[in-house]
Design a protein around this ligand. Structure first.
Ligand SMILES: [Cu+2]
Length: 129
């Protein structure tokens, strides 16, 4: 008699698992968000993108910005090691997408010509999740 509750519990778990199917793909959201560079900084300073997406960087400033992955100065962080191309140098009015953000990770970036900690205006984060 003592075994009965255990059997019932196991059956419930199996049923719950079987009914646990749910869509796991992108929910139709934009997967190439835009980050705009201006004289006052980044807008927005953080975006979230699904794995496989890219981020478009637009330079609306009147000067160039060299957008590279953290950390400064060698840029050998997780996103460089994952082989994702950074936006790179953008002349005024120029725009460029990052490489494909395949891994679930966080990609911090900065303006290589105005690096942190002194230059925090042109920094930000791309969350891949
Ligand atoms: Cu740098």
């Amino acid at each position: 008699m003592r075994a009965v509750p255990v059997v019932v519990t196991l059956a419930s778990l199996v049923l719950a698992a079987a009914c646990g199917n749910s869509p796991s793909g992108p929910s139709g959201g934009q997967n190439t968000p835009t980050m705009t560079i201006s004289s006052t900084g980044m807008s927005p300073a953080q975006v979230t993108v699904a794995p496989g997406g890219r981020v478009l960087f637009v330079n609306n400033d009147t000067r160039g910005h060299d957008m590279e992955w953290d950390p400064h100065p060698d840029h050998q962080g997780p996103c460089t090691l994952a082989g994702v191309n950074p936006p790179g140098f953008l002349t005024p009015g120029q725009s460029r997408e990052t490489g494909n953000l395949v891994n679930v990770q966080s990609c911090g970036f900065h303006d290589h010509d105005n690096p942190p900690p002194g230059g925090t205006r042109w920094t930000g984060t791309i969350l891949v999740r």
